[in-house]
Write a protein that binds this ligand. Structure first.
Ligand code: FES
Length: 587
């Protein structure tokens, strides 16, 4: 007989006595006592004792996958989180969810983000847990987890997998993926040969972990910390460091604490927290994808991100973080410079310091607890920013009645006030077929327009970073104005207008742009205009009405029937709560 099985000592199976831990969310047989009896029988089959099962249960999302090297440190992270949970008196229960990697997601990772959020939400609700540690890192995973956890409503801590290390190519420091694009551009321009591009390919990703620049993964890590959803300092430690493992251990312990305090996610994801996250997004020169994801997470809490207000905030929020693609450093440098505490300290006058965090202390208290800071050159002061305004500007005009955005901190200053002739590609295939053709009628003063890469058009791929047409690249052209209804990677750079809303696939004005039309971009005036009359636009629309994409079955049908536009976060309409909690910022 087992000496550790205390069920034999009269441990009652009484679900009415305890609605927490293992007694939560029982399978419904119409007899709660039997449901708990059965659940305990099964879990004891895995060797658990009643003493273990009486602890607060902490779920841990295991998003390890052979297809996701950005989460390649998952075994070590899981071990450290479990250690933290056990040390704090909880019972760790890890479980798998979908994992998404940018390069292993066909047609693209955005197509799968909402599926991962649904998977996360439903598993958080289906299995008994008093709190959860969400482990994510690669671009879509953290937003998916925060969206799912926001909808599930459980106490939750976000743990980031952490950034990869940088590599070295012929004496030059390199890292994914700004340098991936830069070197590929050199190869296309025939500045480097096939041997060198193959050589650099082996150096761009020097370890497991997320992209090492201020791409979408790093942006979402910083946003998660700014929202108050991580252990303080949780955004920046690289994946393979002891600091990252200590953050994991602390995340486990913190999850037990918030389970005991019943510190719900609704107390963290408040309007003030989202406004803080918007400030941080602007100040880090963050990925344009951050807007879409933040909008989706806020949407799950009933909030609407006000894009015009974001633009106003941008005019008073300088870019302080000197990281690629807007600056020169990498994530590991940001960590060595003190990470988010250094940035938040500098941003203090613009933040809601009374916003609550998962530690049970306010953001202001956490900034104070981080100490006075030290001399470093990665986070600039507000009086010496790397860019005087926020990294992202919101554009409007007859080409984008619902708005469009441009990452001005990564754009070419000369092209930000530009009028040019449209060179139109009807869709991705059309662009792939013609962009490198010597016959393409294009000059560096033209504006490339790519249609049908919006949410319904193509699940909004990161194809807004159109390649420079080969004949221009070879002639030395490094940037050209590009406009689309798609997204671009946070690691990309150039004068690129994105998220044109409404998208062309549902009949937005972008659908009716023709070769040779004149387009005006004025970032100073926040203007994106197609220089044709309203009557001409209406005439073109009547001549060629769009056919909105549909699908016959499966997740693709769900996606196309339900996906919203960029200004609503590209979430599914049925996943957003029916009642709105107001706009952010609330002024
Ligand atoms: Fe995973 Fe860049 S591909 S973070």
């Amino acid at each position: 007989m087992s000496t550790t099985d205390d069920s034999k000592k009269g441990h009652a199976i009484n679900p009415a006595a305890n609605q927490d831990g293992m007694a939560k969310g029982l399978t419904n047989y119409g007899d709660r006592g039997f449901s708990l009896f059965l659940r305990k029988a099964f879990i004891k089959g895995a060797g658990f004792t009643d003493k273990a099962l009486d602890r607060p249960v902490i779920g841990i999302t295991n998003t390890g996958s052979a297809y996701n090297p950005c989460h390649g440190n998952m075994p070590q992270l899981l071990e450290a989180v479990k250690r933290g949970v056990m040390m704090a008196g909880g019972l760790p229960m890890d479980f798998p969810t979908i994992s998404i990697h940018e390069s292993f997601s066909q047609p693209n990772s955005m197509f799968l983000r909402n599926l991962m959020s649904m998977d996360t939400e439903e598993l958080l609700l289906a299995a008994p847990m008093d709190a959860v540690v969400l482990i994510g890192g690669c671009d879509k995973t953290v937003p998916a987890q925060l969206m799912g956890a926001a909808s599930a409503g459980l106490p939750a801590v976000q743990l980031i997998t952490g950034s990869m290390l940088t590599g070295s190519h012929r004496g030059e420091r390199v890292g994914a993926c700004t340098d991936c694009r830069r070197y590929w551009g050199k190869f296309r321009a025939e500045e480097i040969d096939a041997e060198e591009i193959a050589e650099v390919n082996g150096q761009l990703v020097a370890s497991v972990g997320t992209c090492s620049v201020m791409g979408t993964a790093s942006t979402m890590a910083c946003i998660a910390e700014a929202l108050g959803m991580t252990v303080p300092g949780g955004a920046s430690p690289p994946a393979v460091t002891a600091d990252r493992m200590r953050i994991a251990e602390q995340s486990g312990a913190l999850a037990v604490e918030i389970a005991r305090k019943r510190l719900g996610i609704d107390q963290i994801l408040t309007a003030k927290a989202f406004e803080n996250a918007m400030r941080v997004l602007l100040a880090i020169g963050g990925s344009t994808n951050g807007i879409v994801h933040l909008t989706a997470i806020a949407g799950r809490m009933g909030f609407e991100i006000d894009l015009k207000a974001l633009d106003r905030m941008g005019r008073e929020t300088p870019v302080l973080l000197d990281l690629k693609p807007s600056g020169i450093h990498y994530m590991e440098d940001f960590h060595a410079a003190g990470g988010m505490a250094t940035l938040l300290r500098e941003l203090k006058p613009l933040l809601h310091l009374d916003a609550m965090t998962v530690t049970g202390r306010t953001l202001g208290e956490e900034i104070e607890a981080a100490g006075p800071g030290f001399k470093q050159d990665v986070v600039r002061t507000a009086s010496n920013p790397i860019y005087p305004q926020g990294g992202i500007a919101v554009l409007e005009g007859n080409l984008a009645p619902g708005g469009a955005i441009i990452k001005q901190s990564a754009a070419h200053p000369k092209l930000m006030e530009h009028e040019g002739r449209a060179v139109v590609f009807e869709n991705l295939e059309d662009m792939a077929n013609r962009i490198d053709s010597p016959d393409l009628d294009v000059t560096p003063d033209d504006i490339l327009v790519l249609k049908h890469i919006g949410p319904k058009g193509a699940a909004m791929p990161e194809a807004g970073y159109m390649p420079i047409p080969k004949k221009l690249a070879v002639a030395g052209c490094k940037d050209i104005v590009r406009i689309s209804d798609g997204r671009m990677s946070g690691t990309a750079f150039g004068t690129i207008v994105l998220h044109v809303t409404p998208e062309s696939a549902i009949g937005g004005p972008l659908a009716y742009v023709q070769n040779g039309d004149r387009i005006r971009l004025s970032v100073a005036n926040r203007e994106l205009s197609l220089l044709i009359s309203d009557e001409e636009l209406a005439r073109r629309a009547a001549l060629k009405p769009v056919v909105i994409p549909t699908a016959q079955r499966g997740y693709r049908k769900l996606f196309l029937d339900s996906v919203t536009q960029a200004d609503k976060g590209v979430d599914f309409d049925f996943l957003m709560p029916p009642a709105t909690a107001g706009k952010i910022p609330n002024k």
